[in-house]
Design a protein around this ligand. Sequence first.
Ligand code: SR1
Ligand code: MG
Length: 405
Amino acid sequence: MTDYELLTPETVPAYVATRPQLSGLVDAGSFEAVEVGDGNLNLVFLGRDHDGRGLCLKQSLPYVRLVGSGWPLTPNRVAAEARGYRAAAEHDADLMPACYDFDPDRFILAVENLQGWRVWRDALNGGEIHEGVAEAMGRYVAGLAFHTSLFSLGPEELKARASAATNPELCRITEDLVFTQPYLTHDNNSFTAQVAPVVGELQDDQALRAEVGVLKHRFMTAAEALIHGDLHTGSVMVTHTDDGGARGKAIDCEFCFYGPVGFDLGALIGNYAIASVRAAVMGRPAAFRSWLAGLPSATWNAFVTELRALWPERSETFLTDGFLDAWLGAVLRDATGFAGCKANRRIIGLAKVADIESLEGDQHTAAATAVLRIGRRLILERHAVSGPGDAERVIADVIQEEVGS
Ligand code: SR1
Ligand code: MG
């Protein structure tokens, strides 16, 4: 039971008719919607009117959809998501869908219906190349990092924004599912008997535990900028363009809060690693695998290029070019470690990914083992990285060792 009305495909048209921001965009009378939510948390409706004009409505349930009403969760997370959309629209409207409406009473967000676009994870799992999307995500992270941080905001404004953007319930999910539970025996964990010895090694490794603690502490205390907070490849939509290129947009920013900038980059890199492992195990064509192998550099280099381009516009001029170099080094080390944590959690903890779960038998064991070995090395070796190529080498080396190609 909820104390607000949940949408159904049948009630969406009447709802659209009551919202002035939406009834001007589509014809509510002919609007038809279907529920397509396949994520872990929310209801998602995609619909179109008789002229093909579309909308996407996302409504928060008062609990975690993946688990059910036994795990209550604030539906007001949709307010965090609205904040994330607004922040992106202020500086680069092209890297997220347009956001049309936010209903704080029924916890509904209305955004652009990306008709014909696909979830990037599904495209990667299908062996599809979308050129330029990894770069677009690097620019997206850089834009947020620059425009919502001390680089652009005065000290009072920065603190006011960080304080308004606290998102404790969603952060707690990440703290537990990404940083804590995978390294302990926990009811939320699940893995096959074949993978259990590798999980055991990870959970017994005290050096690793200390480093994961350092990363968890950074996640919980480093309020550098507004970050997306859950920027895995399932939070990116992709499409091909008529000229043979591709586009990408970030979605699903309900986990956003003021955190370490490297966390979003790490989420991407960790999921690129998972995609690379899957591609190796499945024996995908060399061209696809080599494109995948270069995604960490593609995202990182685009992030750095965009940030350096914005840097002369910074308002905090006490921060020198030397500071920027030092900060980028720290972000790279954070991103590498967070990538490892994001990889490990998808094998050990709650909320797995189709990349690995759709594999069976020996393929599944080889892939899960490789992801965990990559995750461990990225966490432990992050202090020595000097560029994204170091993470790429770890991923390639482990794939060679565990998959043999
Ligand atoms: C209980 S929520 C599980 C996961 O879904 C979201 O996409 C986040 O990744 C979260 O950790
Ligand atoms: Mg999500």
